[in-house]
Design a binder for this molecule. Structure first.
Ligand code: LLP
Length: 419
């Protein structure tokens, strides 16, 4: 079920709250989230895997607003993090350290030490060098580090190149090929400062076809089974994130099909399974609201110039990503092609291109859909534009998650030695 819908008058709502009213109250550009939607998607993800022994670690990078983390913590979610900063946010939001998984190729010694001090549930290591650092730091601290190996199964996820991680050509994971991952696992098992907790795989994001998951998971299972047959303990298989969404808005993420696939491969195999979903929990539960400044007639199309820009939502220009864009109130039938562009001084500053749009006028509000994941987290202050504010609707109440900073605050964070 979607909590973002249109009422009988065709006006866009989040639960019972009109997004036009939110734009009036908080200004634009504005991210609006459905907290109820976040919880529903998290629950649907868990329910699809209920036949298995699983732990779900929400991928914080998708949307790390403290309010989102706090809400998911309240509903029992663990977290998948990629920095010391994300760890601190999760702990502050009430996610217990034991339910946090630390992924990523470039953890610093300081971050590793902080994670071990906090009692992190598992570090997913991505190179022999990283394992050496974890081992040395744990030994020095007199503790045993829980470490899983993130493996590279050389599977193309069939997604955009910039968000594909499964192939050998990428920086991610330790190759299963030539026995490299197996040999590192044996080495970890012999290391008194490390407790090997299992294997992890994540082949990419926005996968809309399940076949690459199947290929990757079968590879992972084969490696895990063979390590077990040698007598090694491999308690956990972390299956990563990556389940895609329908940016056209026609369907919700297919949790059931994904759950059925995982259940078919892993039931009765005796592994505890971990998951790191980000986009499939967050994306469909967020909108970016933006107000129209001007309409400008171009050579062969209209430019709808709005107050939201690439610094607020970088996905369209960075990944050629498509986000549905619609007027917040009913503006009638489409009347010709338009580009929806922001005020930033770059030709790449657009939220959508070549859209058949209705007659939009100055002051009209537009909603950019599926912006709950990799939206606000990727904001910048380029062109000295303060980041968009973020609000969440949860159980009928509106909560401000991030206040819009003032330009004065941006200036204050800097020093001018010549001023
Ligand atoms: N686990 C690991 C190790 C990851 O690297 C990622 C995403 C996830 C889980 C979560 O994947 P998801 O379920 O969200 O697909 N900024 C890009 C997406 C980058 C994804 C990076 N890693 C975008 O806007 O499309």
């Amino acid at each position: 079920m979607s909590y973002i819908h249109r009422n009988h008058a065709g006006e866009l709502m989040v639960s019972d709250i009109s997004v036009s009213a939110l734009a009036e109250e908080f200004g634009t550009p504005l991210y609006v989230y459905s907290g109820d939607g976040f919880v529903a998607h998290y629950r649907a993800f868990c329910a699809a895997l209920s036949a298995l022994d699983v732990a779900v670690h929400y991928a914080v990078k998708a949307n790390s607003s403290m309010g989102v983390l706090g809400l998911l913590a309240r509903h029992g979610a663990g977290a998948d993090i990629v920095s010391g900063g994300e760890m601190k946010k999760c702990l502050a939001a009430g996610i217990p350290a034991g339910r946090i998984i630390y992924s990523g190729v470039g953890k610093s010694d300081t971050e590793i030490r902080q994670a071990l001090t906090a009692g992190i549930g598992q570090i997913n290591a991505e190179s022999a060098a990283e394992i050496r650092h974890i081992s040395a730091i744990a030994a020095e601290m007199g503790i045993i580090a829980p470490v899983a190996l993130r493996v590279n199964v050389n599977v193309d996820p069939g997604s955009h190149a910039k968000i594909s991680t499964g192939q050998r050509s990428t920086k991610f994971g330790i190759p299963v090929a030539d026995g490299e991952a197996a040999s590192l696992y044996r080495q970890m098992a012999d290391d008194p400062a490390i407790r090997p907790t299992g294997l992890a795989v994540h082949i990419g994001s926005q996968l809309t076809n399940l076949a690459p998951f199947e290929k990757a998971y079968l590879e992972l299972l084969e490696l895990a089974d063979s390590l077990r047959s040698e007598g090694y303990d491999v308690p956990v298989l972390d299956l990563g994130g990556g389940l895609g969404i329908d940016y056209q808005g026609k369907s919700l993420p297919d949790f059931a099909a994904y759950g059925a696939l995982v259940t078919r491969i892993f039931s009765n195999r005796g592994y505890r399974l971990g998951f790191e979903p980000g986009r499939s929990i967050a994306a469909d539960n967020g909108l970016l609201l933006t107000r129209t400044h001007y309409i400008k007639q171009g050579e062969d199309k209209r430019f709808i110039i709005v107050d939201g820009a690439m610094n607020d939502l970088i996905r369209p220009t960075l990944y050629e990503a498509y986000h549905r864009i619609e007027p917040v109130t009913d503006k009638g039938v489409p009347c010709g092609m338009a580009d929806i562009v922001g005020p930033v001084c770059e030709t790449g500053d657009y939220l959508g291109q070549g859209r058949d749009m209705p007659d939009i006028g100055e002051g009209d509000l537009l909603a950019v859909f599926s912006a709950g994941a990799y939206g606000a987290v990727m904001m910048s202050t380029y062109n000295t534009r303060p980041e968009a504010a973020e609000v969440m609707i949860y159980e009928g109440k509106t909560h401000l998650l991030r206040r819009r900073r003032t330009v004065e605050e941006l200036i204050k964070a800097e020093e001018n030695p010549f001023g």
